[in-house]
Design a protein around this ligand. Structure first.
Ligand SMILES: Cc1cc2nc3c(=O)[nH]c(=O)nc-3n(C[C@H](O)[C@H](O)[C@H](O)COP(=O)(O)OP(=O)(O)OC[C@H]3O[C@@H](n4cnc5c(N)ncnc54)[C@H](O)[C@@H]3O)c2cc1C
Length: 418
């Protein structure tokens, strides 16, 4: 069986690796000049910055752990750093344990008391698909859904939970299926954020090094069915025939290739929206309270387009020169972006509002992440089902829009898929 995988992001490369482990012949085509998709670590004077993920949730005995061990990927964990939610004009620590939450000003007393009832809320059948806010309100109460959830979701999907499906965060339903979220979280154990040595970009590089044929700078432009169930792919002056084609692509890219051979599937994929976000990387003199922290997320109504700032130099000290602290501020997403957040002066003013002692930036860079994050709005389940049901035999589609937004979701999904 020969498989041609289109897309050399982490999804395509990890899928290729799994198939190769099963003795299949695989080739990967990647449109960009290098592998990794959003997962790239790029040099920046005296350190580096991440274009996409900053870390991955790791736990012993999970899909992430198995893959990292199998490909000999060294990684490190920064441990547990403080994190805050910006609300009421100040940064409020996110408590590390549920009992500590009872004393936290993050939510009203009523919201905290309602939250404690979660283990006693009956499990609901999966259908019909529920909204993300509605799911959290049903299980944890309106207080958590309106006071805490929006900042948490903005930090992952850069979108408001009211428009999203519960499937946007697949772990939630998996946990509920065990009886309650509390039970599910307890059973699944604690995950730690880890970063490969040298940055997240080392994961796709290491995966590619284990594969026989990874072509970069080669964009698939046409997909044709051949007699006998085989497939032909063309692009960049090359043509390849294979028993199977795997589209490890964002839904809108997969839709372009499938339009001619599976129009209904292509329509379902094209209907999955994606969110763009602006990322501002900045370096400052290290501040004791902030430098050893994960960073902070802002309650979206107060953030007005400023979603929060994380501290990559805590996750990965090699990213910034000694004595400096590196921040990454998230702007816009599905919340929109006011004009004052178009330039660094506006971003810095917002940062200073939440961290008044922050010094001027000694270096700044801006990256636009265009259509970078899938937005699983209510109805996502039907769109994904229509896309998968409409795939022709011998063609598959793998993506974070199918498995879940995080690298952990993708690697778990791929293990089951393979
Ligand atoms: C800013 C940001 C921060 C994030 N932070 C985290 C985090 O901290 N932790 C976490 O777990 N996850 C995080 N994520 C999510 C995670 O990065 C993604 O889920 C994951 O990288 C997606 O990988 P992918 O391979 O599915 O897609 P992509 O990375 O989009 O890769 C798809 C690849 O396909 C290629 N391609 C497109 N069209 C064609 C074609 N026609 N032919 C050939 N190749 C083609 C593209 O060039 C690209 O390389 C973040 C994402 C972003 C954008």
């Amino acid at each position: 069986m020969s498989t041609l995988i289109l897309g050399g992001g982490v999804t395509g490369l990890a899928a290729a690796w799994h198939l190769q482990q099963r003795g299949q012949a695989v080739e990967v085509w990647e449109a960009g000049a290098s592998v990794g998709g959003w997962m790239k670590t790029l040099p920046w004077e005296g350190g580096h910055f991440e274009t996409g993920p900053q870390g991955v949730l790791w736990q012993k005995g999970t899909a992430v752990d198995r893959l990292f061990s199998a490909i000999d990927l060294p990684f490190k964990s920064p441990g547990t750093g403080a994190r805050w939610v910006g609300k009421g004009g100040r940064l409020i620590p996110v408590p590390a344990s549920p009992p500590a939450l009872m004393f936290s000003p993050l939510m009203s007393l009523g919201a905290k008391l309602r939250m404690m009832l979660e283990p006693f809320i009956p499990v609901r059948a999966g259908e019909p698909e529920e909204g993300l806010s509605a799911f959290i309100e049903r299980r944890l109460g309106k207080g958590v859904a309106t006071e805490l959830l929006p900042a948490m979701v903005a930090g992952v999907l850069a979108a408001p939970p009211e428009i999203l499906s519960v499937d946007a965060i697949p772990k939630l339903r998996q946990w509920e299926a065990t009886g309650s979220l509390v039970n599910g979280i307890r059973k699944s154990g604690v995950s730690h954020m880890v970063v490969p040595e040298g940055g997240m970009g080392q994961l796709p590089i290491q995966l590619a090094s284990k594969l026989p044929t990874v072509r970069t700078g080669l964009r698939a432009e046409r997909l044709e069915a051949l007699p006998g169930g085989r497939w032909r792919v063309g692009g960049g002056g090359e043509v390849r025939e294979a028993d199977r084609v795997v589209l490890a692509l964002p839904a809108f890219e997969a839709a372009l290739l499938l339009g001619a051979v599976a129009p209904q599937c292509a329509d379902a994929l094209a209907a999955i929206p994606y969110t763009s976000v602006d990322l501002w990387h900045s370096r400052h003199a290290a501040l004791p309270a902030l430098k050893d922290s994960f960073g902070f997320l802002i309650h979206p109504p107060e953030g007005r387009g400023y979603l929060g700032s994380l501290v990559p130099s805590w996750m990965d000290p090699q990213s910034a020169p000694d004595g400096l602290m590196q921040l990454r501020s998230f702007i816009g997403g599905a919340f929109g972006k006011p004009a004052d957040l178009d330039a660094w002066e506006g971003i810095f003013a917002r940062l200073k509002h939440w961290v008044p002692s922050l010094g001027d930036a000694v270096a700044v860079r801006h990256e636009r992440a265009e259509r970078a994050i899938p937005r699983p709005e209510l109805g996502h389940r039907a769109r994904v089902a229509a896309a998968l049901n409409g795939l022709p035999t011998g063609v598959d589609w793998l993506s974070n829009a199918r498995f879940g937004p995080g690298v952990r979701d993708i690697l778990e999904g791929l293990e089951t898929w393979s």
